[in-house]
Design a protein around this ligand. Structure first.
Ligand SMILES: Cc1ncc(COP(=O)(O)O)c(C=O)c1O
Ligand SMILES: N[C@@H](CCCC[NH3+])C(=O)O
Length: 432
């Protein structure tokens, strides 16, 4: 019935996560509440690390894409599990620094890094800059010069692979705001140009074709295209680029209709393709990075809400209103994302009522899920929305001046707060 292995039902018919009764969690910490299962997060990290050992003999490293959920505790877990970090803003760098993350294992992304962010990243000794465009290359080179530093860089390449996923989260095709295009020769020119700058050292090429992808083929195609490009760079410029970052994007299960590919299979197929292509081009097998975000935290998380009202619109639908919504989970409003909703106190009962779960914002589009089947909902019930670990807290807002919920980490029947609930004082703290 559930989409994640960390979820279960106890003798009282309550949904549990990480050995904790969700109704007890809601009572103790309040709602809305994000809950994360630590064991699941660590197991996914371990699976990625292990698959690198198995298929690349350790000649590579997974980076946790912290845009999926950035907080100090997640940085600490990634560090302990031996992952690097993909960050995309000064704020994510700051979080990593505060968590004591080894900054040489941090890769800095983004299509419009500001001069201040670049300076801060250099001061923080970030390991790599994934350069998006020529303006950034020039700016980075200049700031490095001012600061007496040399930066290791990568180029973000658009490989021209069209991944089958939501239009808003496809990034490998030509019409994307991210990176240098291959087809137009832009990427090749950028590689040549990088050789003219003294303060940058191009060691890597990067691509990321999109997010929530279930098919292995586009990843394999992207890897092959990148290796062909590395071959061209070698043949025509005599340059060996020794590292390749293949991005993230691995799909997770939001509902029973989703069929994620085991990471092992992905790693196996991509490693075969990388090795074969490297051989074909007479290149050494590159050091590989990948950047999973969603797949590390997504299924480990749930959100708990209290139902405050129920409204039947005859012959149309029944709304149940919860005490959160688009401020803590904007994904339905943004992408019509599918989620599984469970009536947490009746998790042993067959879902028998079709409802639309509405948020509390002053916005008609503030819906968590439409026409979803749950065990009969009554006012006062606790609803759990599953697989909300990724891109929920990290995309949360204070619309309508609603404070962001707390994040609680659960493990072996114990719960601890890792991010505090925002207070009304937090809401006004920057108002003058
Ligand atoms: C450059 C880059 N790397 C990694 C990721 C993480 O992707 P996902 O969370 O789908 O694994 C993203 C987000 O799509 C991204 O833009
Ligand atoms: N925020 C998106 C994914 C974007 C991934 C980052 N490039 C989601 O919720 O699915």
């Amino acid at each position: 019935m559930f989409v994640s292995e960390c979820l279960n039902v106890n003798n009282e018919g309550h949904l549990t996560i990480g050995g904790c009764d969700t109704l007890e969690l809601a009572k103790e910490f309040g709602t809305p509440l994000y809950v994360l299962d630590e064991t699941t997060i660590r197991n996914v990290c371990k699976a990625y690390v292990k698959s690198f050992e198995k298929y690349y003999h350790g000649n590579g490293m997974p980076l946790y894409a912290s845009k999926a959920l950035s907080c100090k505790e997640l940085c600490r877990i990634a560090k302990e599990e031996g992952l690097g970090l993909d960050v995309v803003s000064g704020g994510e760098i700051y979080t990593a620094v505060q968590a004591g993350f080894p900054m040489e294992k941090v890769h800095f992304h983004g299509n419009n890094k500001t001069a201040d962010e670049i300076r801060f990243a250099l001061e923080s000794n970030v390991g790599k800059f994934v350069v998006d465009n020529l303006y950034e290359l020039e700016l980075l080179n200049e700031i490095c010069g001012e600061m007496g530093k040399k930066a290791n860089i990568s180029f973000r390449i658009k490989p021209g692979v069209d991944a089958h996923t939501h239009n808003f989260i496809r990034t490998g095709q030509i019409d994307s705001k991210f990176g240098f295009a291959l087809e137009t020769g832009e990427a090749f020119e950028a590689v040549k140009k990088a050789q003219m700058y003294d303060n940058v050292n191009l060691t890597e090429l990067h691509c990321h074709i999109g997010s929530q992808i279930f098919d292995i083929d586009p990843f394999v195609t992207a890897a092959e295209i990148m290796l062909d490009f590395m071959g061209k760079i070698h043949d025509e410029l005599g340059i060996v680029i020794s590292e390749l970052n293949l991005g993230g994007g691995f799909g997770i299960m939001y509902t029973k209709d989703d069929e994620p590919v085991p990471y092992e299979n992905y790693m196996e197929k991509v490693s075969e393709a990388v090795k074969a292509k490297a051989k074909e081009h007479g290149l050494p097998v590159p050091y590989i990075f990948i950047e999973p975000g969603r797949s590390i935290v997504g299924e480990a998380g749930i959100t708990l809400y209290k139902v405050g009202g129920k409204k039947e619109i005859p012959n149309v639908r029944t709304y149940v209103s919860v005490d959160g919504g688009m401020t803590d989970n904007i994904r339905y409003a943004l992408y019509q994302s599918a989620y599984t909703v469970v009536n947490a106190g009746k998790a042993d009962k067959e879902p028998d009522e079709i409802v639309t779960v509405a948020g509390k914002c002053c916005e008609s589009g503030d819906l968590v899920q439409e026409h979803t089947k749950v065990a009969k909902v009554e006012v006062g019930d606790t609803l759990a929305v599953l697989s909300t670990g990724a891109y929920n807290y990290s995309m949360a807002s204070n619309y309508n001046r609603i404070p962001r919920p707390a994040i609680v980490m659960v493990k072996d029947g114990k719960a601890r707060i890792v991010v505090k609930r925002e207070s009304y004082e937090d809401i006004v703290k920057n108002d003058i």
